[in-house]
Write a protein that binds this ligand. Structure first.
Ligand code: 5AD
Ligand code: SF4
Length: 470
């Protein structure tokens, strides 16, 4: 029998009590009228969702939030470990706080997120920056109140990396950024171990949230006015595999889609190896699911896909994409691509280019390979120079720009349903988005923010459209 991983633990009363104690300590410690926190989240949507839980907990302790560290009583960096560049930025940003901490020694500086789940990095940060008060990894998120209280009440530095990565912690308070678009995690962790990726090491084993809890949270979001909800997981297609009452992702989607209301439903990320025709059928027949599929293929070369441990080939990928194109008219496809995986040749890279041309994606998230300590790919021979990889990368951007601009141009004159998300500047231009996730700029009154509108597309740039409300 398969092991059941999704042990459910509720945010316990002890943690709530710590939030009360923090609130009392902050009464005497705050610099302004109210305690203020600056939370900076790097990386993916999962990290953003974690950041919203940290804000939820701090809100209960009476905190307000600032978009700069200067006036904050608590500064927290919620870090990302997926590529070296994101890590370097954290080192730079924490280093830049030295003077602020000297001026206001009571400021608490905390580091959490994926970087802190890597022992060698957490150790290095803790040693390099003696003014950092608190370090905790992704698996200790639910203990944040206790950890913050410990450092506040003792003045001592706190360092913890709770390694139990098999649990789902429910009931952590959430303070979402904005009230139009919202993230809804449905599962945590990843079991896929793609050879380049650090995520399975820092986010632990795959575990799903109970279906009923997700449905309740989705209903709450819809009832409180969210118009665009994205279900989150590293590989949403394997949702529910280790739940006691097993439930497939397609079943979950259908249930959420049946909730009444005026909203769009999205999800990310789908792994092509588990993306089924049944799932495409659910999208095609749904009422609320946006006609958008984010399906990362990473490389167009079968040889490299094997080296990446991706468990699908180009043929299987194209099969699912072509089925999606057939079943969902005007489907918008997006993807992630890695350029310069160890041992990739220009011939392999040309296979990636040809796949992009064949599929005609709406947009791509493109990355140059970044070696991650502890992953198999970091041990592989990597003979191609950084300059050469950058050249390939630019070539890929040029090819995609041409495809995207052609796709945008073909939409001029059409009518699109869009969600108006916010104001762009002061000149009455609002940002909206199509179901396929393309940005449309429109001139319209601000009262329309947060509403769906039909717009006529009047002109197109390379990546964005302009339109007017009909
Ligand atoms: N180097 C470059 N890109 C990476 N990704 C994951 N790991 C690495 C790495 N080591 C990219 C993949 C993934 C996206 C979230 O980040 O394309 O889909
Ligand atoms: Fe990383 Fe692969 Fe898991 Fe995605 S599926 S998080 S790329 S290991």
């Amino acid at each position: 029998m398969k092991e059941k991983y999704s042990t459910l633990i509720d945010f316990d009363a002890t943690q709530s009590e710590y939030l009360n104690l923090i609130s009392m300590i902050m009464d005497n410690r705050k610099r302004g009228d109210k305690p203020v926190a600056f939370i900076h989240t790097y990386g993916c949507q999962q990290n953003i969702a974690d950041g919203e839980r940290i804000k939820g907990m701090l809100s209960i302790a009476g905190f307000e939030f600032s978009d700069k560290p200067d006036n904050a009583d608590v500064i927290l960096f919620n870090t990302c470990a997926v590529r070296e560049h994101a890590e370097d930025r954290v080192f730079g940003n924490v280093g830049a706080l030295k003077n602020l901490k000297r001026k206001y020694p009571n400021t608490v500086i905390a580091l959490c997120g994926c970087m802190m789940e890597q022992k060698h990095i957490a150790d290095r940060m803790y040693k390099s920056f003696p003014y950092v008060n608190l370090v905790f990894g992704t698996h200790a998120l639910h203990l944040f109140p206790e950890l913050l209280y410990k450092t506040l009440s003792t003045g001592k530095r706190v360092y913890t990396r709770d390694n139990d990565d098999t649990l789902v912690h429910e009931g952590i308070p959430v303070k979402r950024d904005g009230n139009i678009k919202g993230w809804l995690p449905i599962m945590y962790g990843c079991n896929n171990f793609c050879t380049y990726c650090i995520v399975p090491y820092v986010r632990g084993r795959e575990r799903s949230r109970e279906k009923d809890i997700i449905i309740t949270e989705a209903k709450e979001m819809i009832n409180s006015g969210f118009k665009d909800i994205t279900l989150l997981g590293q590989n949403v297609n394997s949702y529910g595999k280790n739940l006691k009452d097993s439930c497939s992702f397609s079943e979950l989607l259908k249930e959420i889609d049946s909730i009444d209301g005026d909203y769009w439903l999205r999800f990310m990320t789908s792994h092509p190896k588990d993306c089924t025709k049944e799932l495409i059928d659910v999208i095609a027949e749904s009422k609320h699911i946006s006609k958008h599929l984010h399906l990362p293929f990473q490389s167009g070369s079968d040889r490299i896909l094997k080296e990446m441990n991706r468990h699908y080939d180009r043929k299987k990928y194209l099969e699912i994409v072509n089925y999606a194109k057939k079943r969902i008219p005007d489907v918008s496809l997006t993807s992630d691509i890695i350029v310069g995986f160890p041992g990739e040749t220009y011939e392999d890279f040309k296979e990636t280019l040809s796949l992009i041309k064949e599929v005609e994606f709406t947009s791509l998230f493109t990355f140059i390979y970044s070696p991650r300590v502890g992953t198999p790919a970091a041990q592989m021979d990597d003979p191609v120079s950084a300059e050469e990889k950058s050249k390939w990368f630019r070539e890929l951007l040029d090819v995609q720009e041409e495809i995207a601009s052609k796709r945008c141009a073909s939409m001029v004159g059409t009518t699109q349903k869009v969600l108006i998300e916010g104001a762009k500047g002061k000149d009455g231009i609002l940002n909206a988005r199509t179901s396929g996730n393309v940005i449309v700029e429109i001139k319209a009154p601000e009262e329309l923010i947060g509403t769906f509108q039909n717009v006529e597309i009047t002109s197109a740039g390379n990546w964005i459209l302009k339109g007017k409300v009909i």
